[in-house]
Write a protein that binds this ligand. Structure first.
Ligand code: UD1
Ligand code: UDP
Length: 375
């Protein structure tokens, strides 16, 4: 079976790294990178770190508005898909690359497989919500990561082709967690970043959602980060280049106590989460990872599609840009006097088990095709 998979952004490279080794045992893969993310720190570095294959096609389409970016991807993908004539096109998540891959395949009558199907924030102001709704409704295979995602699809009348496969990102996190559990992992990171990082003595943050890039929102989260930072517990903000550009365009500077660093590699990102006092983020991936790692996570959004991480046994809480709520939740979940002990204990106990998503996705794709093990 020949699968053409489309990636383009940092989280898609990470998801592809979890699926690719299994996919390539059973299928021929044509690997296409739209180039939506193009900085070395956002894209190139993950190929080497995660052992991803070199793309067969690199489209070099990054930047621009949503319509322009998606349109250029459609223009580039259509002839490529027509020539490659794959049995299926596989897309991940909810980015413009997902939308372009699904739409161009569907228009050519090529079946679409959607990994991370069924997620809903029920907020259609989010570009991601539009992308995922369209991709789901165009797909033949809908690989849902959670039971809630399956229920969301059923509520929209989609049941055929839906399988709850688990979360690919958990598989990768489980594989890597043993390498980062030793608190000594922080030492080279601290040296590289020139920051005095010790377990439980810093907060880790990322911010990149479109709604958090307008000037009012940026002033809001920047004040929030400033309010939770303390001299003995700074915020380490791994800043997405798009957010950095938006801050510069608005002439905003971040408060003292917020140390801005470049986007980090995958293992560094996981290690910085695991050994922190708490995480503050608007990233879906980081929100899940910190939940798996058991790190308190303040989500800088008012909605989430990852409902399992919130309430009950989940370690995340939605605080939006509410400074008081952030300070309250932080003192409840990571009281200053206990953060070192919490971080040390968490790292000592960490034991993640993969979800088996990659195997289930490949089984779903190849069922009935007679595709054998290629090795
Ligand atoms: C995209 C996805 C979002 C995902 C995120 C992962 C869409 C609509 N959004 O958001 O769902 O969570 O990726 O990180 O697809 N830029 C650079 N260098 C890069 C990449 C981006 O400078 O390597 C800057 C450019 O100014 C670009 C801006 O960031 O215009 C936004 O990038 P874009 O890929 O359009 O969206 P993200 O915000 O990265
Ligand atoms: N990540 C990373 N370096 C960073 C910040 C995040 O490798 O500096 C990883 C993070 O650990 C997770 C993924 O990127 O695996 C999440 O991607 P992102 O936040 O860009 O997108 P989202 O998940 O919100 O779509």
């Amino acid at each position: 079976m020949r699968i053409l998979s489309v990636v383009g952004t940092r989280p898609q490279l990470i998801k592809a790294a979890a699926l690719q080794p299994v996919l390539r045992r059973f299928c021929e893969e044509i690997f296409v990178d739209t180039g939506q993310h193009y900085d070395e720190a956002m894209a190139g570095t993950f190929f080497a770190e995660l052992g991803l294959a070199r793309p067969d096609h690199t489209l070099g389409i990054g930047g621009g508005g949503h319509g322009e970016q998606t349109g250029r991807m459609l223009i580039a993908l259509e002839p490529l898909l027509r020539d490659a004539a794959p049995d299926a096109v596989l897309v991940y998540g909810d980015t413009n690359s997902t939308l372009a891959g699904a739409l161009s395949a569907a228009k050519l009558g090529i079946p679409v497989a959607h990994v991370e199907a069924g997620l809903r924030s029920f907020d259609r102001r989010m570009p991601e919500e539009l992308n995922r709704v369209v991709a789901d409704h165009l797909s033949r295979w809908l690989f849902a990561p959670t039971a809630a995602a399956v229920a969301n699809l059923a509520a929209e009348g989609i049941t055929a082709g839906v399988v709850d496969v688990g979360d690919l990102m958990l598989d990768l996190a489980a594989r890597v967690s043993a390498e980062i559990r030793d608190p000594a992992t922080l030492k080279p990171i601290a040296e590289k970043l020139r920051l005095p990082l010790a377990p439980g003595r810093y907060l880790f943050a990322t911010v990149h959602r479109a709604e958090n890039r307008d000037p009012i929102a940026m002033a809001g989260w920047s004040a929030l980060l400033g309010a939770v930072a303390r001299p003995d517990r700074p915020v380490v903000l791994a800043l997405h280049p798009g957010t950095r550009a938006a801050l510069e365009a608005a002439g905003l500077t971040l408060p003292a106590g917020v140390a801005v660093v470049a986007p980090q590699g995958y293992r560094t990102s996981l290690a910085l989460q695991l050994h922190s006092a708490a995480v503050l983020t608007d990233s879906g991936g980081v929100q899940r990872e910190s939940a798996w790692l058991g790190v308190p996570c303040l989500v800088l959004r008012t909605t989430t599609e990852w409902v399992e991480t919130i309430g009950g046994g989940g370690s995340a809480v939605l605080v939006g840009l509410d400074r008081q709520a952030a300070m309250r939740e932080l003192s409840a979940r990571a009281p200053l006097a206990r953060t070192v002990e919490q971080a040390v204990d968490r790292a000592a106990r960490i034991q993640l088990t993969g979800s088996g998503a990659a195997e289930r996705i490949v089984a779903g794709l190849t069922a009935g095709t007679g595709a054998g093990d290629r090795n």
